[in-house]
Design a protein around this ligand. Structure first.
Ligand SMILES: [Zn+2]
Length: 344
């Protein structure tokens, strides 16, 4: 593929925003209402973690040989089913497999390249609707850690509404799935897999933190486009400064045009703030699980974002509410530092 100049990339992004805006006006205008508040939330979260993330928590200091190998798929299945049962949520893998919802891809356990799959992030599952039927696709790579992906996808499945995606679900389902994934990490620790649970928590935080930076760049360009119907360096520096314009263009070009992950990045950036907030809230008061169940139920119906967030105790996007999120980050950080000290 021919390499594109920064100017070409910039023009392609402007055209991309124009066509998106023309063809999806309803959806985009719904989203626009929240562009600023979400931008502010993501910006505060990302800046709060800055420095801490790069120095102490990295995806690449994982000792792969220390990860527990699973006996078989049944072991992972039971871990996930028992985990959800304890929370009062009924999950039955056999039924999900029988009706064609759940599909598992098996990897050769003895293949050393399997570790590289984890490193490359090629171990995620997916969930969606195909031919009017929901599907969940996950992989068995022979690690106990595989089960955390199953727990995550089930976290989506319990608010799946057979393809009738509301705006509330679109924005919040990742937050719920990551919340359950974090809880499941604790469950792994309690079940004798402390290293794996610890790694799982770090991977969640690592991935979401990096997605948040991408989302921040996307929001900046999108906000510029809405304001000036154009994206250029002068306006960018006036409004945002800080990061080099060409770096932002490069990153957004890759994420939006090459990888087609604009929506995923935005949903993950919201999940970064909210899943950690929800996780700490649950750690402080187990009754909070009832609020999460109510959120699951209501996000499938036509509730507004404000109504949905109120259920979990976020009553707006002002400073007081932002503070609630940042305070929970503080607890989570301390937890991660504690874990990494123990695992050395
Ligand atoms: Zn997800």
């Amino acid at each position: 593929m021919e390499k594109k100049s920064p100017e070409e990339k910039q023009q392609i992004l402007v055209n991309y925003f124009k066509t998106t805006y023309d063809y999806n006006f309803d959806k985009i205008s719904q989203f626009m209402e929240y562009a600023w508040p979400i931008y502010n939330m993501v910006q505060s979260s990302t800046q709060y973690w800055n420095g801490f993330n790069s120095s102490s928590i990295s995806k690449f200091d994982i000792e792969w040989e220390k990860l527990a190998r699973s006996k078989d798929f049944i072991q992972s299945q039971e871990l996930v089913e028992d985990f959800y049962r304890e929370l009062g949520i009924d999950v039955n893998f056999d039924e999900l497999m029988k009706d064609g919802t759940l599909d598992i891809k098996f990897f050769d356990k003895n293949d050393p390249d399997n570790n590289n799959n984890y490193l490359a992030g090629n171990f995620q599952g997916s969930i969606g609707i195909s031919n009017y039927h929901p599907y969940i696709e996950v992989m068995d790579q022979g690690f106990v850690l595989d089960a955390s992906v199953y727990a995550h996808e089930i976290g989506h499945y319990i608010n799946e509404n057979f393809g009738r995606d509301t705006f509330g679900r679109e924005l919040l389902t990742e937050s719920v799935a990551h919340f359950f994934e974090l809880l499941f990490a604790d469950y792994l620790c309690e079940s004798g897999y402390e290293y794996d649970g610890t790694i799982s928590k770090r991977l969640v935080q690592y991935t979401l933190y990096h997605c948040s930076w991408d989302a921040l760049y996307i929001f900046r360009l999108f906000i510029l486009f809405l304001k000036y119907n154009d994206i250029n360096e002068e306006k960018y520096n006036e409004d945002f400064g800080g990061t080099l314009f060409n770096d932002v263009i490069d990153r957004c070009y890759e994420v939006i045009i090459e990888k087609h992950t604009l929506r995923a990045r935005i949903k993950y950036s919201i999940a970064f703030s909210l899943s950690i907030y929800m996780y700490i809230k649950y750690k402080n008061d187990k009754e909070f699980i009832e609020a999460v169940k109510e959120l699951n139920d209501k996000m499938m119906k036509d509730y507004t974002i404000e109504e949905l967030l109120t259920i979990i105790g976020i009553t707006g996007f002002d400073n007081d509410n932002m503070k609630k999120i940042l305070v929970s980050f503080e607890s989570f950080k301390e937890m991660l530092i504690g874990y990494s000290k123990r695992s050395i």
